[in-house]
Design a protein around this ligand. Structure first.
Ligand code: AMP
Ligand code: ZN
Length: 115
């Protein structure tokens, strides 16, 4: 499949991995907007939040479990933010479900995320 994040999972495109289990993969964002900026993705291709269904939704819980583990490991005790962009208005640029984990600075809040 011609999907950037599927290629990263397959090792065809390099990344800095921060977490992996049987279902979830996470790596550093190439253009970080916060001191900590990781992307958490399902190993199985899902095009985005709009493609989450009764059948595949279990992965969302697995991704959030992975996020909690990494947040504990990296001692993000002062806080972190999780964002997923879906579709053009939200600025989704890679059509493979991903959750941004942002931390390491005090963040504002707006529809533009305020980071
Ligand atoms: P979004 O705009 O929500 O679709 O997020 C896509 C994210 O993927 C952006 O924050 C990009 O910086 C990031 N990104 C794009 N290509 C790569 C790559 N090769 N390695 C790591 N992150 C990437
Ligand atoms: Zn994919």
């Amino acid at each position: 499949m011609d999907c950037l994040f599927c290629k990263i999972i397959a090792g065809e495109i390099p990344c800095t991995k921060v977490y992996e289990d049987d279902f979830v993969f996470a790596f550093k964002d190439i253009s970080p907007i916060a001191p900590v900026h990781y992307l958490f993705i399902p190993k199985a291709h899902i095009s985005g939040a709009a493609a989450v269904t009764e059948e595949n939704a279990v992965i969302v819980g697995k991704i959030f479990t992975a996020i909690a583990k990494v947040a504990a490991r990296e001692q993000l005790d002062s806080g972190f933010r999780v964002i997923t962009n879906n579709g053009a208005d939200a600025g989704q640029t890679v059509p493979h479900l991903h959750f941004h984990l942002l931390a390491g600075k005090e963040m504002g809040w707006s529809a533009e995320s305020g980071v």
